[in-house]
Design a binder for this molecule. Structure first.
Ligand code: PEP
Length: 253
């Protein structure tokens, strides 16, 4: 049920400016220094839209890919003030885009809208980091697996290029709170996501599924014991090169 490659994806959210290039350089230098030991890691930094082109032109790294954090559902250009389409992200050099993040769901992104965004992004051959996750109330009501199923079925279709979709399981109650699920809960949830996706979308292999929510240097070793987890989507701790690098180091300790 595991995919060998380990993903360490940073979600910088609304943080960073041109001077943040130094964070990426430091992570790049870490990758160069430990390239043999960490050759199975895939590092992706999803940065604010304003920085994608700049980082891509300045940084020539075979270790780090640059991604975006959201896109509009409309395919190319249109009268949507303040929005950016998948084709524009592609043009700026993004290889990945986060879609369905709970912070965007909280601002109105429904499963249906996320589906349209996924379609537009796949049309541009972008890789998708598709976030799913339950709220605290849904967890307390025992609805976690049902919510995850509805989110997957509501935004993904069998017809898509499913190899380009990475799922990030991010319990909403865990994001930015310092709280993480129990090991047994994680094992059960990851098994469920993988088998439900494979069964429902009739794939031959299990999907890549990441964990996201308050991952930091102190709790990363808890996750190392769970073989079903294919990597991590890291928010706050990815905005510092030291914290992000320490997460990767401690994962393998
Ligand atoms: C996120 O926003 O995707 C996230 C995982 O945030 P944090 O690590 O800060 O909880």
């Amino acid at each position: 049920m595991t995919n060998k490659l380990k993903y360490f994806i940073g979600n910088w959210k609304m943080f960073g400016d041109f001077s943040s290039l130094k964070i990426i350089y430091q992570i790049h230098r870490f990758c160069v220094r430990f390239k043999r030991r960490h050759k199975k890691n895939k590092i992706i930094l999803c940065v604010p839209t304003t920085l994608i082109y700049y980082f891509n032109t300045k940084l020539k790294s075979k270790f780090i890919s640059i991604g975006a954090q959201n896109c509009h559902s409309h395919k190319t250009y249109g009268p949507f003030t303040g929005s950016v389409s998948a084709s524009m992200l592609k043009n700026a050099g993004a290889k990945y885009v986060i879609l369905g993040h709970s912070e965007n769901r909280a601002e109105g992104d429904t499963n249906q809208l996320i589906k349209k965004k996924i379609e537009s992004a796949l049309n541009q051959k972008l890789n998708i980091i598709f976030c799913i996750g339950e709220t605290f109330k849904e967890k307390r009501d025992g609805k976690t697996l049902l919510i995850l199923k509805n989110q997957m079925r509501g935004s993904v279709s069998k017809k898509y290029d499913l190899k380009k979709i990475i799922i990030a399981y991010e319990p909403v109650w865990s994001i930015g709170t310092g709280k993480i699920p129990k090991i047994q809960e994680l094992k059960k949830t990851f098994k469920y996501i993988k088998s439900e996706f494979k069964k429902n979308f009739r794939t031959t292999t299990f999907p890549t599924v990441l964990y996201g929510g308050s991952v930091n240097v102190n709790n990363i070793s808890i996750f190392s014991s769970i073989s079903e987890i294919d990597g991590f989507l890291v928010g706050e701790a990815s905005q510092s090169s030291e914290k992000f690098i320490d997460i990767i180091k401690n994962y393998y300790k």
